[in-house]
Write a protein that binds this ligand. Structure first.
Ligand SMILES: Cc1ncc(COP(=O)(O)O)c(C=O)c1O
Length: 742
């Protein structure tokens, strides 16, 4: 009753029914009207649905029902295929003046590298320039392609509707495109009758469109010719007969043709459905199976190699290969993994053009494939990339920018390529400075994947496959402000006591303290906020005993916390070393270690520190642009404002839904913890929620020792309306049986 797209909703039921009890074609033919009649009977509550139902094309519904029952969507498809296969057509039947017979399949799919960024996709002059250049390099080919190709151009906001499972875009191209010179003559592929010849104006100009009806043996089909000059098209009279090869149009130039350089869009339809002139040239990916039976591949006529779309591997094939040849311990997200081929701002887009709102990727700090960041990286890469032993200004520019965000005490920078490498180096520095190897860490903390990093990560050595803390690692209970080992007003002191206990233990073994590493909000531990005052007191204790304090800023740094640029600033402390990773490269591998002058001096003991890639001009230009973008676009403030709003709204939901035990975090680094009445972690429910959110086009993830905390850490350009979208579907899922029992 309350679905946005009732046709799609009833297809699920029909498929299930048909699996158990076959429905015949003549029954399917009646189904659309029968459903409407059933609604009329209970009309009081069904008005809304009846209205939506009447908007659906009854013939399209019938075809969809057939497909759901494993029949060809169009009953005449087999007849058409047979006829098309036995008749031979040439490209000259469509484009009589083109003396070429070879085809170059242009990849305009969602992940096409040829297309580039969103701005490049939408820059029609640039597109035309690229097509002309390509044509010059392959003059003997007709540039063509696109049947059933999911296209990036259609995944911008213009094509959105809200379906039963979130936002949808019409991305699947139903015709074949031929890029040919302006004015190229176009002829009717077969004898027929003109049924449409119009200036095709939808929400924008598409040029002149002709549709011709062809009667063959005992069936009919239609051909559509789009993006022609309006004048050439209007010369055709509706109802007039045309012969195979008769000129009906000329390819138009930009802007008359609407988009994407002069080209002809050619499409076959087995039915006009109830369209008169505005026949769709693209469809929603969910309806692709139905549409491809109504609009068959035009290459069935030409039978030419290179004209059919590039066939990509299926998800199953990709998974099978991964299983065989990629390390097993590398996991995939979601019960049904998704295949992401493009990133844009707060969205990730799959190979069919489905857009997913990314609420979890704190690496794409200033937005996925941020155009300025991509552009500086590309420019620098095309001039020079080499190691940092040569003089180059980029490394200094970046250093200056980083230091401008930090207290004066932290003033020497080393560059590496990841968060793990940064922590690895920080531990080497700690050892060099103190002469001690013993380190205090938090339970459930994670600091990276190298030997030393695993040795200081309780998340790993206390987790699956781990074998407990190594001799030099000393774990304190996670200083959890919400539901840790200690509660009450003085809990921070109790956790500081745990630090003292570990120091005592080290001393009893006649060794000295090297240091203490912790995140300002413990991410893998479940977005855990530290009790107020804990870090200040703990740092004091560590320093009193000769240790250094390391703040792992890999997750929370660079403005994410909103109120402060770095996580440690939230706690009013100044660490001796900070480590930075993920966000600073916006997806490009960059890691940074900043320390005090004294530590840097101790580290420079004669052994050279060389890192092949760390601090190279490309990485530095990228990281610099990321930091500048945070400033230019006020993203730290955005993290605060949007994060506060998000947290407030989530807290409201927590009041209404018992399963949400806690909403916590700072800025755009939040956590939602799920517990039952007895405070037992609800990990299956959390897992269920993130999988359902994915169904609605929203990416999130769970973490924490019990996998019962949803982490929210989106790109910093996340807006209030992005929060609202999350909240809309989150609320809906909270009402679903699996979680609504609470
Ligand atoms: C807090 C923290 N530190 C360090 C790392 C390691 O960073 P990388 O994966 O870039 O080596 C991570 C990665 O998830 C992290 O969350």
């Amino acid at each position: 009753m309350n679905l946005n797209d009732p046709l799609s909703g009833c297809i699920d039921i029909l498929e299930g029914y048909n699996q158990n009890r076959k429905i015949k074609d003549n029954e399917l033919k009646l189904l659309y009207n029968l459903i409407a009649m059933r609604l009329v009977i209970s009309v009081k509550s069904a008005w809304n649905l009846l209205y939506k139902w009447s908007e659906i094309d009854s013939e399209f519904a019938y075809y969809s029902f057939r497909k759901a029952c494993s029949l060809d969507a169009h009953p005449g498809k087999k007849k058409f295929d047979k006829w098309a296969k036995k008749n031979r057509f040439f490209i000259g039947d469509l484009l009589p003046k083109i003396n070429k017979t070879k085809f170059y399949n242009l990849d305009l799919s969602i992940g096409s590298n040829w297309l580039g960024t969103r701005n490049e996709i939408e820059d029609l002059d640039f597109f035309q320039f690229k097509i002309e250049k390509l044509q010059k390099t392959i003059p003997e080919y007709i540039i063509s392609g696109g049947y059933l190709e999911p296209r990036s151009i259609y995944s911008s906001n213009t094509y959105e509707k809200v379906g039963n499972e979130g936002e949808e875009n019409r991305t699947i191209h139903l015709g074949l495109d031929f890029w040919v010179p302006v004015g190229t003559k176009v002829s009717s592929i077969y004898d027929g009758e003109i049924v449409a010849a119009v200036n095709d104006k939808g929400n924008k100009e598409y040029g002149g469109l002709v549709i011709i009806k062809h009667c063959v043996e005992d069936f009919e089909f239609f051909t559509l010719y789009g993006h022609n000059s309006v004048d050439s098209v209007l010369k055709n009279k509706i109802g007039s007969k045309v012969k195979r090869g008769e000129i009906i149009a000329e390819v138009a130039n930009y802007p008359e043709n609407g988009n994407w350089a002069p080209h002809l869009h050619f499409q076959i339809m087995l039915s006009m459905l109830n369209f008169k002139v505005d026949y769709p040239g693209v469809c929603y990916s969910k309806q692709e199976d139905v549409w491809k039976d109504i609009c068959p591949d035009p290459n069935i006529l030409f039978k030419k190699k290179g004209l059919s779309s590039i066939t990509n591997q299926t998800n199953t094939q990709i998974i099978d290969y991964r299983k065989k040849h990629i390390g097993k311990s590398l996991k995939l997200h979601y019960n049904k993994p998704i295949r992401i081929v493009r990133g844009e701002g707060v969205y990730l887009i799959d190979h069919k053009g489905n857009k997913y709102l990314d609420t979890v990727n704190n690496v794409a700090h200033v937005g996925h494939e941020n155009e300025e960041v991509v552009s500086v990286g590309k420019s620098q890469m095309s001039v020079l990339n080499t190691n940092s032993r040569y003089l180059h200004e980029n490394i200094n520019h970046l250093t200056k920018e980083i230091l401008s965000t930090l207290p004066n005490e932290l003033n020497v920078v080393h560059y590496v390529n990841s968060g793990s490498e940064a922590n690895e180096l920080a531990i080497r520095m700690m050892k060099a400075h103190t002469g001690n190897n013993d380190i205090i860490v938090s339970q459930h903390g994670y600091h990276g994947n190298t030997n030393i990093c695993v040795d200081i990560s309780s998340y790993k050595f206390d987790g699956k496959g781990g074998s407990g803390a190594p001799e030099n690692t000393h774990v304190i209970p996670i200083p959890n402000n919400f539901n840790g080992k200690y509660n009450g007003d003085t809990k921070e002191d109790k956790y500081v006591n745990e630090v003292r206990k570990q120091i005592k233990k080290i001393k009893l073994k006649k060794r000295g303290l090297g240091g203490f590493i912790i995140e300002p909000i413990i991410s893998c531990g479940g977005q855990v906020e530290l009790p107020k005052g804990f870090l200040k007191k703990a740092y004091k204790e560590v320093r009193k005993n000769g240790g250094v304090c390391i703040s792992d800023e890999v997750q929370v740094g660079c403005g994410r916390m909103g109120k402060t640029f770095w996580g440690f600033q939230e706690h009013n402390v100044i660490p001796d070393i900070i480590t930075v990773g993920k966000p600073i490269g916006n997806g490009h591998p960059v890691g940074v270690v900043v320390c005090t002058k004294e530590i840097a001096e101790s580290f420079a003991n004669g052994m050279e520190f060389f890192n092949t890639f760390g601090g190279n001009p490309v990485s530095c230009s990228i990281a610099l642009e990321v930091l500048k973008t945070v400033k230019k676009k006020n993203l730290q403030k955005n993290a605060r404002v949007v994060g506060d709003y998000f947290k407030k709204e989530l807290k409201k939901l927590a009041k209404e839904n018992r399963i949400i035990a806690d909403v916590r975090g700072q800025g755009l680094f939040l956590g939602i913890e799920f517990l039952d009445y007895d405070n037992k972690p609800q990990s299956e429910e959390a897992q269920y929620i993130i999988n359902r959110l994915k169904d609605f086009g929203i990416l999130s993830s769970v973490d924490g020792p019990f996998n019962n905390v949803i982490k929210i850490k989106p790109p910093l350009i996340f807006s209030k309306s992005n929060c609202d979208l999350f909240l809309k579907y989150f609320k809906k899922i909270l009402r679903e049986d699996f979680v609504a029992k609470y």
